[in-house]
Ligand binder design. Structure first.
Ligand SMILES: *Cc1c(COP(=O)(O)O)cnc(C)c1O
Length: 497
């Protein structure tokens, strides 16, 4: 299996090369040259473990990894760090099924891929005989940062730099990042929003002078964002897992189609659903759910993608994104794998801030539907579902839950992708489900209150937050990100002295 850029089909690389590189040198994203079609026997498959399923799905994509290596990576990734052996349990909530992807170490769905990526990266470095140090450069809208740091902390031959928007993440998310330990981790908040941080990271990544500087220093960049194919592929697995759980519990017949609704920001999670569909999973509609930053909803409705609009800070910060990176991959796949067209579109987006597809092109996005939830609708949804079923959900999941409830015309079973634990956003959840004012409650009080109301046990990660010591916060301007990256790269790690 080879991978090439969304903007150029000529330069092909293997899976391990694509994982190490993170982003193609032309600024495009790596995509698999084809989708392996596996002969799925749903009846037999329904009894395999998550780890076995992961191996079946990932092996054809990662075919330069040996069977033993890949199995070892998977076993190390999906272990007791998850608080359930199912890894991604499916729970019935009212008329829908919630696929809970928050049972990993940092309580958000980023763990599903970032538990595995560091192991894949280590093996890829060995496979390619890379002697350079890998610098993982990452922008986070809140959840990637912690999950990536937890995954790469003290991994030999790597250091990780994380930028998050100042004031753009929840109190818990920030504390999770500031309490991370490891001699190779560097976390900075920046005065700006996620798009600005992500764009700066992409620019630093592709800048020739910077590449040269790193090469001289025996280093190279990689990415832990969903731009990295090594993060996208592991996300395909849980859609299969959800389907098999429905077959196993007798909710659907083997082969019957289902729908999924995915709370979307950078378009990685829902793109993995699209990949699952292309591999033969019976998914009917992929419903893209946005918060008030509804740039994707507007695209699916009108065919115009326009990032020039007010950037809104919402209660679902991990979806506060106007430049949805992985959408480039979808454009490539849907628009007949035409790299010239992708280049035109991406340069229009960069220079004019918007692009449009033709009516004919828009019709090709047939697998997708879209919707969005306002802040009020999100809070009401949390409250309503809690009152009707007792189930407490986080604001990102609530956006998807609301949008799913609007898609009643879809007759197939609906899976709502549940991306974070409500304990990551206790203030918002409490405000939605209690009548008392929880004015300016600090995160500790909010957590305790939510604990009492929801009766959900505290995950280990939350218990840790109460006692862990926080590192000092380090804040900089967007313009200072590049010099800071340079400084960190040149910095001598203690482990190297
Ligand atoms: C990252 C994230 C999302 C958005 O996922 P994308 O793959 O970026 O579309 C949604 N919810 C939560 C909790 C997240 O952390």
């Amino acid at each position: 299996m080879y991978y090439h850029s969304t903007r150029d089909k000529e330069q092909k690389v293997t899976a391990s090369q694509a994982i190490i590189a993170g982003l193609a040198t032309d600024g495009g994203l790596y995509i698999p040259e084809r989708f392996p079609k596996l002969a799925f026997d749903w009846e037999t498959l329904k009894d395999v473990t998550y780890q076995e399923l992961a191996y079946k799905i990932l092996a054809p994509f990662l075919d330069d990894f040996s069977e033993a290596d890949l199995k070892e990576c998977i076993a190390k990734a999906y272990d007791e760090k998850f608080d359930t052996s199912v890894i991604a349990p499916l729970v019935q909530v009212g008329a829908t099924y919630h696929l809970e992807l928050f049972h990993g170490a940092t309580m958000a769905f980023k763990d599903m891929a970032l538990s595995l990526l560091p192991y894949l990266m280590e093996k890829a470095i060995q496979l390619q005989g890379v002697e350079r140090e890998i610098i993982i450069l990452t922008a986070t809208s809140g959840d990637t940062g912690k999950a990536a740091m937890a995954g790469f902390a003290d991994v030999p031959g790597t250091r990780i730099i994380v930028f998050y928007p100042e004031g753009g993440v929840s109190a818990i998310q920030e504390r999770q990042m500031l309490t991370q330990t490891g001699s190779n981790i560097f976390v900075r908040s920046v005065i700006g929003n996620f798009d600005e941080a992500q764009t700066a990271v992409k620019n630093i990544f592709t800048e020739n002078q910077m590449r040269q500087l790193l090469a001289n220093n025996k280093q190279q960049f990689s990415s832990a964002n969903s731009m990295n194919i090594g993060r996208l592929l592991p996300q395909i697995v849980y859609y299969f897992s959800a389907y098999l759980q429905l077959v196993k519990s007798g909710q659907i017949m083997a082969g019957e189609a289902i729908n999924v609704t995915v709370p979307t920001g950078n378009f990685g999670d829902i793109l993995a659903a699209y990949y699952a569909k292309r591999m033969g999973l019976p998914l009917n509609k992929l419903v893209c759910a946005s918060n008030e930053n509804k740039v994707l909803y507007d695209f699916f409705e009108t065919g115009t993608y326009d990032k020039q609009r007010e950037f809104k800070l919402t209660s679902s910060p991990s979806m506060d994104i106007l430049i949805s990176s992985n959408f480039e991959r979808l454009l490539y796949h849907v628009l007949d794998e035409d790299t010239a067209r992708v280049n035109d579109i991406m340069s229009a987006l960069e220079t004019q801030g918007h692009f449009s597809v033709t009516t004919e092109e828009l019709e090709k996005f047939i697998d997708f539907e879209a919707g969005y939830a306002t802040e009020e609708q999100t809070r009401d949804q949390i409250k309503q579902i809690y009152e009707q079923t007792g189930y407490v959900m986080d604001p990102h999941t609530a956006v998807a839950s609301f949008v799913a409830s609007e898609k009643r015309q879809l007759t197939e079973k609906m899976v709502v992708v549940s991306t974070a634990s409500p304990y990551k956003f206790p203030e918002t959840v409490l405000q939605a489900i209690t009548t008392e004012k929880v004015a300016s409650a600090d995160w500790q009080t909010a957590l305790e209150q939510l604990h009492q109301i929801s009766k959900m046990p505290f995950p280990t990660a939350i218990k840790h937050l109460f006692t862990a010591t926080s590192n000092a916060k380090n804040t900089l301007q967007i313009a200072d990100m590049r010099p800071e990256v340079e400084r960190i790269c040149l910095y001598q790690l203690e482990s190297e002295e």
